[in-house]
Design a protein around this ligand. Structure first.
Ligand SMILES: Nc1ncnc2c1ncn2[C@@H]1O[C@H](COP(=O)(O)OP(=O)(O)O)[C@@H](O)[C@H]1O
Ligand SMILES: [Mg+2]
Length: 362
C-alpha cells in the first residue's frame, strides 16, 4: 500500500501538520534536527504499530503536550485505508478505518521496511538488534510468527518469575520448571521460522551485496543458537530442552531462562569471514543495505506487492559508486520515502520533494 497523506498532531517536534506524498519516490529535505527522522518514524508507527527507535510512546508526545495522534491515508488498487495511532493518558489506540484494532491487525496491510544509519548495529551492535530485525521482518509477513513469538515471550516471563521465586526460596526448585515445556515448544517454533527466513533471503542478500559493492563474494547468513545445537537432523525442541535441563541449577542461581530464541543471534559472513570482525565500514554498510533490500523483496513476494520503503539518511555514508548502485537497486520498489540533508546529491526531477523546517512543512 502507498501512503497518500499523513496528519500529525503533537507528534515529536510537529504540532499540527499535513504531509502529502507522491506515488513513487519521495525526498524529505531539511537541515539537521528539523524533523525528517520524526516524520519517517510516524509512517513506521502507522505501518507496524510502534516506533523503530523508541519503545516508550510517552517519549513521542510533543514536549508539554498530553497526547500524540498520527493519521494516515493509504491506497492500494483504488481502495483507501485510514490508519490512526494515538497515545495519551498512558493508553495507546490503533484504529483501522475507524475501528479499534491491535498491532497484529496491521500485519499484511502496509508492510514497512526502514533503514537508517543506526542499522550499522545490525552488524556491529549487540545480538538484540539482529533478533529485532528477524522478528520485525518475519512478523510483518506472518501473523502466525508474531502470535507464536508473543506466546513464547509470555511463557518465558512466567518461567522467569518462577526461577526468580526459586532463587529467593519462595518455591521449591522442582516447581520452577513448570513452564519449560511451553518455552521449549514455542521457542523451537520461533527458531525454525528464523532459520527458514535466513535461508529464504540469503541468495538475495548475496546478489544485492555484489550489486552495491561491485564485487562478488560468498555471503552466508548463519543462525547462531546460544548453548544448544540446531544442526541437520536435530530436533530443536529436544536440543533446547536438554540445554535447559542440564543447567537448571545455574538458571535458579541466575533467576532467569538462559537459553532460547531470546538470546540467540545470527552472523553475516563474507567468504566465510564474519563481516562484523573483518568487514570494512563500507562493507558493513553495504551488507546492511543488502539485507534491507532482501527484506523488501521477501516481504514483497509474500504480500504480493512491495512494502513501503523508508530510507533515513542512508546515502550520506556511501561513496559515489555505491550510492549509484543503491539508487538503481531500489528503483524497482514501489513507494520509497528518503531523507537527506543535502539535496544536490539526490536531486532528481521526478522525485516528490517535501521540505521540513523546525517541524513545519515547506
Ligand atoms: N517528544 C518531542 N517533543 C518535541 N520535540 C522533540 C521530541 N522528540 C524529539 N524532538 C525534537 O525533534 C528534533 C529532531 O528531529 P529529527 O527528526 O530527529 O531530526 P532530523 O531532521 O535531523 O532527522 C530535535 O530538535 C528534538 O529535540
Ligand atoms: Mg535524522
Amino acid at each position: 500500500m502507498r501512503i497518500q497523506k499523513i496528519h500529525l498532531t503533537n507528534f515529536r517536534n510537529f504540532d499540527d501538520v499535513d504531509v502529502e506524498f507522491g506515488e513513487h519516490r519521495n525526498l524529505i529535505l531539511g537541515a539537521n534536527a528539523q524533523g525528517k527522522t520524526n516524520l519517517l518514524e510516524s509512517i513506521h508507527i502507522l505501518g507496524v504499530g510502534r516506533s523503530h527507535r523508541d519503545r516508550k510512546d510517552a517519549n513521542l508526545v510533543r514536549f508539554e503536550e498530553p497526547f500524540y495522534r498520527i493519521e494516515g491515508i493509504f491506497e492500494h488498487i483504488g481502495v483507501k485505508t485510514r490508519i490512526e495511532v494515538s497515545y495519551g493518558e498512558e493508553r495507546k489506540r490503533i484504529r483501522i478505518n475507524g475501528k479499534d484494532a491491535k498491532p497484529v491487525d496491521l500485519i499484511g496491510l502496509v508492510g514497512i521496511v526502514i533503514s537508517s544509519p543506526d542499522d550499522i548495529d545490525l552488524v556491529k551492535g549487540s545480538p538484540g538488534f539482529r533478533r529485532t530485525f528477524l522478528d520485525m521482518a518475519i512478523s510483518q509477513m506472518s501473523k502466525e510468527y508474531l502470535v507464536t513469538l508473543q506466546r513464547y515471550v509470555r511463557a518465558l516471563t512466567q518461567r522467569n518469575l518462577l526461577l526468580r521465586a526459586a532463587q529467593e526460596r519462595r518455591i521449591d526448585a522442582s516447581e520452577a520448571t513448570t513452564w519449560t515445556q511451553s518455552v521449549v515448544e514455542l521457542g523451537a517454533m520461533v527458531v525454525r521460522k528464523r532459520v527458514a527466513y535466513l535461508e529464504e533471503i540469503v541468495s538475495q542478500v548475496s546478489e544485492n551485496f555484489a550489486f552495491i559493492s561491485g564485487k562478488t563474494s560468498d555471503i552466508k547468513l548463519t543462525y547462531d543458537p546460544r548453548g544448544y545445537g540446531i544442526g541437520e537432523g536435530t530436533d530443536i525442541a529436544v536440543s533446547l530442552a536438554n540445554a535447559l535441563n542440564a543447567h537448571s541449577d545455574l538458571e535458579i542461581r541466575r533467576g532467569h531462562t538462559l537459553y532460547g530464541p531470546h538470546v540467540d543471534d545470527f552472523k553475516l559472513l563474507s567468504d566465510d569471514r564474519d563481516i562484523r570482525q573483518f568487514g570494512s565500514e563500507g562493507e558493513q554498510r553495504t551488507a546492511v543495505l543488502a539485507l534491507r533490500c532482501a527484506e523488501t523483496n521477501a516481504m514483497g513476494e509474500r504480500l504480493g506487492r512491495y512494502p513501503l520503503v523508508l530510507l533515513d539518511d542512508v546515502f550520506a555514508e556511501l561513496d559515489e559508486a555505491r550510492a549509484g548502485a543503491l539508487t538503481a537497486l531500489i528503483s524497482k520498489f514501489d513507494q520509497i520515502v528518503l531523507t537527506s540533508s543535502r539535496p544536490a546529491r539526490l536531486a532528481d526531477d521526478d522525485m516528490h520533494r517535501i521540505t521540513i523546517t523546525g517541524g513545519r512543512i515547506g
